[in-house]
Design a binder for this molecule. Structure first.
Ligand SMILES: NC(=O)c1ccc[n+]([C@@H]2O[C@H](COP(=O)([O-])OP(=O)(O)OC[C@H]3O[C@@H](n4cnc5c(N)ncnc54)[C@H](OP(=O)(O)O)[C@@H]3O)[C@@H](O)[C@H]2O)c1
Length: 349
């Protein structure tokens, strides 16, 4: 059991590291331009308005909660058919439909929603999901959003991967790779948007010990490693697809009080109030804005945005490790090797 001063110390550390990072953003947050205070709906309205993306298909992992659910709603508002991927579609579908079609600050009554299952800690379900998604006519937006944060003790996925990097990185890498031939062959390409975090600065990627078999496990260090992996992955995907229409970016959504914080000690009582008062800097509606911007904005389809890290609807600068080409290549290779060793080889590109 942690002492209260230690709990406050955790919050203070998170606040100190995350807040200055937001100041690194290039671009304005003035109301006239998209920025820190923009909501996902405002991004849609700025990028063509309701229905402007009719006929497009979006796939969102972790789409039944938090930022992911608001992302699904905004993309539906933009006219997309939205495939919501979650662990329990039969349990979550009614709540998602209610929130998107009838709830909140605005409603999308004619939203085209579908629900598919994936349990990212079981790679067999990732393969099953990929099979179903490969049968779709097109995937225009692939939003790799699902995540877990600060799991208190080291836990493993069914493949033996440490759970934070296993769910946040390995499972999404596999999903992308199983879809890659389809995405590359699509005449209109695809936007691949990976949810990273300013918390990528909390960890280091050690390709010789990604699963904390030798290093001491810490909840935030492992989360930081997984989010650093997300930034490196997004840039690697961009580099692989420089000659075709697949575009890939990573996103820091802001700091938003969602169920993601459930493992933070005390998050359900006083800690929750502290998160809201001192750490959270956005509402859920604002937290989904940069993801939606990454999907819909013309800028994010341009070559000069390939592989960038976005925050507050603008290009931001991740740390030096996240920009290291050697680390990027080493992580890609280690991920491919370890997935193959676990029996989940992706078809070569
Ligand atoms: N909130 C923040 O302050 C913040 C800051 C920076 C980055 N992010 C990133 O933003 C993304 C979305 O986070 P959020 O704040 O919206 O959190 P959230 O509300 O907890 O959403 C996370 C989603 O991931 C799903 N998920 C977790 N484990 C899964 C698994 N094993 N298989 C399939 N789905 C799984 C959850 O499903 P269940 O509901 O079934 O658990 C949930 O739908 C994450 O990648 C997170 O790292 C968030």
């Amino acid at each position: 059991m942690r002492s209260t001063p230690k709990r406050i110390g955790v919050f203070a550390a998170v606040a100190l590291v995350l807040r200055p990072t937001n100041a690194m953003v290039f671009g304005s947050s003035s109301p006239a331009r998209l920025g820190k205070r923009s909501t996902a709906k405002q991004v849609v309205d700025k990028c063509g308005g309701p229905g402007a993306f009719a006929g497009r298909t979006a796939v969102v992992t972790g789409g039944a909660s938090g930022i992911g659910l608001e992302t699904c709603k905004a993309l539906a508002h933009a006219g997309c058919r939205v495939i919501i991927c979650s662990r329990d579609p039969s349990g979550y579908a009614a709540r998602c439909e209610q929130e998107i079609k009838r709830g909140g600050a605005y409603a999308v009554p004619d939203a085209q929603l579908e629900h598919k299952r994936v349990e990212l800690s079981e790679l067999g379900t990732v393969r099953e999901l990929a099979q179903e998604l490969n049968a779709l006519e097109t995937i225009d937006f692939l939003v790799l959003n699902a995540g877990v944060m600060a799991i208190p003790q080291r836990e493993l996925t069914s493949a033996g991967f440490e759970k934070q990097i296993g769910i946040n990185h390995f499972a999404h890498h596999l999903l992308y790779r199983l879809l890659e031939p389809k995405l590359c062959a699509q005449p209109a390409g695809c936007r691949v948007v990976t949810l990273a975090s300013a918390a990528h600065t909390f960890g280091s990627v050690d390709t010789a010990d990604l699963h904390y078999s030798k290093r001491a496990y810490t909840p935030w260090g492992a989360y930081g490693q997984s989010k650093l992996a997300n930034v490196l992955f997004a840039k690697a995907v961009a580099d692989r697809n420089a000659a075709n229409g697949v575009r890939s970016v990573s996103v820091h959504p802001g700091v938003i009080r969602t169920p993601l914080w459930k493992h933070v000690p005390g998050a359900s009582w006083i800690g929750g109030a502290l998160i809201s008062a001192f750490i959270a800097d956005k509402s859920i509606e604002q937290g989904a804005a940069t993801t939606v911007y990454a999907c819909l904005s013309p800028e994010c389809g341009r070559d000069d945005h390939a592989g960038v890290y976005l925050s507050d609807c603008a290009i931001a600068v991740p740390n030096a490790h996240a920009r290291d080409p050697a680390l990027r290549a080493a992580l890609w290779e280690a991920t491919e090797q370890q997935l193959a060793a676990a029996g989940f080889s992706a078809a070569p590109k």
